[in-house]
Design a protein around this ligand. Structure first.
Ligand code: ASN
Length: 336
């Protein structure tokens, strides 16, 4: 059988970093050199691959919507030449990029797997080798036509993943959706579906930076704090509420939200809980939010919610349409 071809976009992150006096920094050519020097990557069972190193390589804390756009455009320009795509990325904001890409790609029929590592590939006991080998192997042999995130032997839907561990190998979880696939002694498909080969054009939706606030509620939060956030030129606010979507019933607080909603600010309710969904019909404290125009984000991750807002606000859509689409399942990011 013809060997598959995988395109590897290396954007930066620990996987290709070197030690410096200031801590780890990305180093040009270092990752490509290390991969080329490792016999595992060129075994017959592995796909053929090309690595493209971005300039400059960055720590993922420096990622922005402009980078998401660059990655999406890069994949689009190579779309017909490869069977699958691996994006090497720092772990810190990996779930944001995976979520953003999932919304930006329309008609995706090939796998796009985002991965990286906690220890640089060139160092002893690095998780980079396992993560990259598996991502390439899965993209070539188990094509799931989605933007996914591979880490620590689990393939997650990109817009369901979140960083759960700052310094462990099990750095990612997907609290509200089982993994797409597990890589054990054999590869086990869980929620993922293998895609048939379809020849098509990939469309990329442009994304631009947007003014979006995130408000993490806590008992006794002052209205001054809420007001100062809402005073700016905010287009949307993600409200991180208690439990199934509950908040204080304090009239001044609710009035601030109501006024903002009437001014056209899209206010989305997500739970602070690590697992589960928002249900504003469950308690009077949640119902009060519904009555002032707050909409449900259901079981979306914060990363999915923020990037979906960027995606929708970047298009010229009516506010009501955005509110409606935020509650719709566009790319498997939520379940109502
Ligand atoms: N493990 C990592 O890749 C962390 C690094 N700071 C990054 O996100 O680029």
């Amino acid at each position: 059988m013809k060997r598959k071809r995988i395109y590897i976009a290396y954007t930066g992150g620990t996987i290709g970093m070197k030690k410096s006096a200031r801590g780890y920094i990305p180093a040009d050519g270092y990752l490509t050199e290390t991969v080329k020097a490792s016999a595992e990557f060129s075994r017959d069972e592995m796909p053929l691959f090309d690595i493209h190193e971005y300039q400059p390589l960055i720590d993922s804390s420096d990622m922005s919507p402009a980078h998401w756009q660059m990655i999406a455009d890069d994949i689009k320009s190579k779309y017909q030449d490869y069977d699958g795509f691996v994006v090497l990325h720092g772990t810190d904001t990996m779930a944001y990029t995976a979520s953003a890409l999932s919304f930006m790609f329309e008609n995706l029929t090939k796998p796009v797997i985002v991965t990286g590592s906690q220890i640089p590939l060139s160092q002893l006991r690095s998780d980079g080798q396992v993560n990259l080998l598996n991502a390439m192997f899965l993209a070539a042999n188990y094509p799931i036509a989605e933007v996914s995130l591979f880490f620590n032997n689990q393939l997650f839907r990109g817009n369901r993943a979140t960083k759960i561990h700052a310094d462990g190998f099990n750095a990612f979880g997907s609290p509200n959706l089982d993994p797409l696939a597990l890589s054990g002694i054999s590869i086990e498909l869980v929620k993922g579906t293998l895609s048939p080969y379809i020849e098509n054009e990939l469309d990329v939706c442009s994304i631009t930076p947007q003014n979006i606030g995130v408000l993490h509620l806590y008992p006794g939060i002052s209205n001054d704090v809420v007001q100062s956030l809402l005073k700016g030129k905010l287009k949307a606010l993600v409200l991180l509420s208690f439990g199934v979507g509950n908040a204080p019933q304090e009239p001044e607080f609710l009035k601030l939200l109501e006024d903002a909603s009437q001014r056209g600010v899209v206010i989305i309710n997500l739970t602070q809980c690590l697992k589960g969904s928002v249900n504003m019909g469950g308690y009077a404290t949640g119902n009060a939010l519904l009555n002032v125009g707050v909409i449900s984000g259901y079981d979306m991750t914060l990363e999915a919610c923020l990037t979906k807002l960027h995606y929708l606000l970047s298009q010229s859509l009516e506010t009501e349409t955005i509110r409606h689409l935020m509650q719709d399942n566009l790319r498997g990011e939520l379940e109502r």
